[in-house]
Design a protein around this ligand. Structure first.
Ligand code: PGA
Length: 257
């Protein structure tokens, strides 16, 4: 973490788990367990249908509500889809874009990710753009090329003022939901590559203000090591964000200078 220039962001990704009726108790637990949460930016990205309940319960504990996906179009005949403006209207502040599960199961491409980034920014949402390599790509030693292409495409035509509202999450696919975490060095190295891509596009001053997170089996045990790396500005947390004790431990670790 480098608090001098950028914000720490701890974002939970609930994926397709829990129910709206679980949220109140979750928020009450978090209030007790992570009283210092307000010092860093805490976000929980919930399924769309749970947004109203989350917005109500999380207001009190200063946790921002995030969504896990949005449609790239502003409005229209897209049955079953949800627009950026509809998310904003419910008080959503962040939206995950290009998560590897969406790329893998729903065919999302780098180009679509770029369209969604623009849709989010135009409505005032902060995109959390996910990038990451597969195990095969890491073994072929093409991680940096893969990540560079993903970041450059996601950010195409994003202006210098807009980039300050973008959060990038490095999530190696082989580490998501597998219990296999990248080492602090591996994660830090790729986060530094991401920052160098942002620097090449927007210059050094802007690049140092962009928050770059690590995600992939981050938990209450490995968070403080990962977050101690100067190039890792927070986490995108799946499994461990479902358990208040675990998520609170990670938030509290993020507050330790
Ligand atoms: P995980 O998920 O923490 O369960 O590995 C992370 C993510 O998919 O964002």
């Amino acid at each position: 973490m480098n608090r001098k220039y950028r914000r720490t962001v701890i974002a939970g990704n609930w994926k397709m788990n829990l129910l709206a009726s679980d949220i109140k108790a979750f928020a009450e637990d978090m209030k007790k367990l992570a009283p210092r949460a307000k010092k860093c930016d805490t976000v929980i990205c919930v399924p769309h249908v749970m947004i109203p309940a989350a917005a109500k319960a999380f207001k009190d504990i200063r946790v921002c509500v995030g969504a896990q996906n949005l449609n790239e179009n502003p409005s229209g005949a897209y049955t079953g889809e949800v627009s950026a403006a509809q998310l904003r209207d419910l008080g959503v502040e962040y939206v995950i874009i290009g998560h590897s599960e969406r790329r893998q199961y729903y065919g999302e491409t780098n180009i679509l990710v770029n369209k969604k980034v623009h849709a989010a920014l135009e409505s005032g949402l902060r995109p959390i753009v996910c990038v990451g390599e597969s195990l095969a790509e890491r073994e072929l030693d093409i991680t940096n090329e893969r990540i560079t292409l993903q970041v450059k495409t996601a950010l195409a035509n994003v202006s210098a003022s807009e980039i300050r509202r973008v959060v990038i999450a490095y999530e190696p696919i082989w580490a998501i939901g597998t219990g296999k975490t990248a080492t602090t060095e591996q994660a830090g190295e790729v986060c530094a590559v991401i920052r160098s891509v942002v620097r090449s596009l927007y210059g050094a001053r802007t690049a140092r203000s962009v928050s770059i997170l690590y995600g992939g089996s981050m938990n209450e045990k490995n968070a403080s090591s990962l977050l101690s790396h100067p190039d890792i500005d927070g986490g995108l947390i799946g499994g461990a964000s479902l358990v208040p004790e675990k998520f609170a431990t990670i938030i509290n670790a993020a507050n330790i200078e």
